[in-house]
Design a binder for this molecule. Structure first.
Ligand code: A5P
Length: 241
């Protein structure tokens, strides 16, 4: 198995396990990313096979488009205020606390709003995403309003080290579904400094004027379903805050 294929097998295995938690009549938060794409496929299969009546709230335009293509009925949080279950991917999952880094797919703000509206929040990942300490491999995405974003980035740098404006493949700044920019904080590929207190950093980040939200998710994850390259699945529970 190539490495990429192995990760895909793990993602699909985790996704299919998570979709077993879905019951008829549920309202669902639908995350964003390649692992969630497998969730949507599995959900569509269950809708077709079992005639489940479900409604999903997508966390991105990308997820909304794929769900609509697959025939998954959609709604929004202006109509449904509380969701039974949200399923989403992550970029890093800290073992024990189940704190997350999210947003490398650019959807962190809607993902956090949807996760917060859900009674149960389940994360699906392949095993490469599990770390002992958050920030071991990945930078922390922060969504920032465009107005005065360079000044906001300076404040981010004073708090947390290098802040790099995310760019698309065309070299232009990446713009989120909400019309904002993203700065990626820290340089884990080079410095790999784990975050000592993710909850404290998350609070400090959103106190900076101009910051909309950070990709640090601290608390609220019920379980992480982790798929391996051999197709096996294990479940991590939260052991500490
Ligand atoms: C989207 O903004 C992210 O939070 C995704 O959940 C994350 O990037 C995981 O994506 P993959 O499932 O593609 O790894």
């Amino acid at each position: 198995l190539s490495e990429i294929r192995g990760a895909d097998i793990g993602k699909r295995a985790a996704a299919e396990e998570a979709v077993r938690l879905v019951a008829d009549g549920m309202t669902l938060g639908l995350g964003t990313g390649s692992t969630v794409a497998f969730v949507l496929d599995a959900l569509a299969r269950r809708i077709r096979a079992e005639g489940l009546k479900l409604k999903g709230v997508p966390t991105s335009e990308r997820t909304a488009a794929k769900a609509a293509d697959l025939g998954i009925p959609l709604t929004d949080l202006d109509r449904v205020f509380e969701l039974d279950l949200a399923i989403d991917g992550a970029d890093e999952v800290e073992e024990g606390s189940l704190c997350l880094i999210k947003g490398h797919g650019g959807a962190l703000l809607r993902e956090k709003i949807v996760a917060t509206a859900a009674r149960r929040f389940v994360v699906v990942v392949d095993d490469s995403k599990i770390v002992a300490r958050l920030g071991s491999h990945m930078s922390v995405p922060v969504e920032v309003v465009r107005f005065a974003h360079v000044a906001t980035a300076r404040r981010l740098e004073r708090l947390a080290g290098p802040a790099v404006l995310r760019r698309g493949q065309d070299g232009a700044p990446y713009v989120t579904d909400n019309g904002n920019f993203i700065y990626d904080l820290g340089n884990p590929g080079v410095t790999a400094v784990p975050i000592p207190d993710p909850a404290a950093l998350a609070c400090a980040l959103v106190r900076i004027v101009g910051v909309v939200e950070s990709g640090l998710f601290t608390g609220g994850v019920e379980r992480a379903i982790v798929g391996a390259a051999d197709g096996s699945v294990r479940t991590l529970e939260r052991l500490r805050a």
